[in-house]
Design a protein around this ligand. Sequence first.
Ligand code: 4NP
Length: 170
Amino acid sequence: MSRPPAPDATARVSVCFVCLGNICRSPTAEAVFRALLAREGLASHVLVDSAGTADYHVGEPPDARSRAAARARGIRVEGLGRQFRATDFARFDHVIAMDGENERALLALAPGPAERRKVARLRRFESEPDHLDVPDPYYGGSGGFDRVLDICEAGCEGLLARLRADHGLP
Ligand code: 4NP
């Protein structure tokens, strides 16, 4: 989302979540991960952002249905939609796609192999995913937004465990 990540000298790791529109899934993942980091006392250690592969919703706030579903869990989904650009690869250690289509778009945009290695799907961090996509809730019912939250919570737990192991986070 468009709020630029605060420059934080102590942040050791940077993560950008990416979906199609940057108004439903990736801002939800961003908010869930921020809440988890805050709970773990790690907010200043990890820089978190989100973006979309498409430009349909640039400058728009997160979908009201995403915000409402997250609010019911005490999580604030904030920011304004922005499009992921090739130059973003230099700013993030990990670029986390919500589904296979997002992952393919990111791999096509990546300037080289080092950048392609930064790309992973969120659900790869779940212990036993029943599927590797975070389903797009945009055209579905309200249950889809709760499901996105459940998946983001499980994926973000796994992602944090990986960051702890790979980057020496406390
Ligand atoms: P998101 O959801 O990729 O999770 O933000 C979508 C938002 C908008 C559209 C599709 C998916 N759209 O087609 O406008």
